[in-house]
Design a protein around this ligand. Structure first.
Ligand SMILES: O=C(O)CCC(=O)C(=O)O
Length: 200
């Protein structure tokens, strides 16, 4: 079993897999102005992915930074990391894993019914054994984990400032999603950090 980063709680999912749950330090929490600035970074267009051989637009905005991101048959070319996101990358590297180099922002607006369906993250170019780290800003949602090819699910509330650390093995054995639910309100942004091998 991997060990929890300092200050994180361990949630056992099954005999072998865990999710670590923690909080951003106060210095990295966003006030309304900071959240609005993060929201304004969202692309104009929805990213296109391939699902069952068809090109479909994602029901959310998303953008990779730092490193290209492979997702459902497509590549989201990584933009330069905006200065406002650097402190988050630095903190995640210092606190969780120094290999974290790729950022993915996802913007969800409840009014537009945004969500992400169940999936396991592609491990293409991902460094073996590196965790997947997700930080949450703005409105609350639910992060749902389901055993891959199994039954049932586990829900974890994602509130402003929450941080999840999903060990590499958990991503292989459990799917994750942020479902669209009746009663969802407001706007949420997630920042996910992953560790990819690059040619550098
Ligand atoms: O927005 C989230 O918390 C989940 C993001 C996610 O599922 C992903 O990037 O693969």
């Amino acid at each position: 079993m991997p060990t929890a980063p300092d200050g994180f709680e361990t949630h056992e999912l099954d005999d072998e897999h865990v999710l670590f749950v923690g909080e951003l330090p106060d210095a990295l929490r966003l006030d309304e102005t900071g959240f609005e600035a993060l929201w304004q970074l969202h692309p104009e267009e929805y990213h296109e992915i391939h699902l069952h051989g068809r090109a479909v637009k994602t029901p959310r905005w998303q953008q990779a930074y730092g490193v290209d991101y492979h997702y459902s048959g497509r590549v989201n070319a990584g933009l330069d990391v905006p200065a406002a996101l650097e402190p988050y990358r630095r903190w995640a590297r210092e606190t969780i894993d120094p290999r974290l180099n790729g950022l993915l922002l996802i913007w969800y607006d409840a009014v537009l019914g945004h969500y992400i369906g169940k999936h396991r993250d592609s491990t293409k170019n991902m460094r073996d054994g590196a965790p997947i780290v997700t930080m949450s800003f703005g409105a609350s949602r639910v992060f749902r984990l389901r055993p891959y090819r199994g039954r049932g699910f586990r829900d974890f509330p994602v509130d402003d400032g929450r941080v999840f650390v999903m060990p590499y093995a958990t991503n292989l054995a459990w799917t994750h999603e942020v479902p669209k639910r009746v009663g969802d309100r407001g706007r949420r942004v997630s920042l996910t950090l992953r560790a990819f091998a690059t040619d550098e």
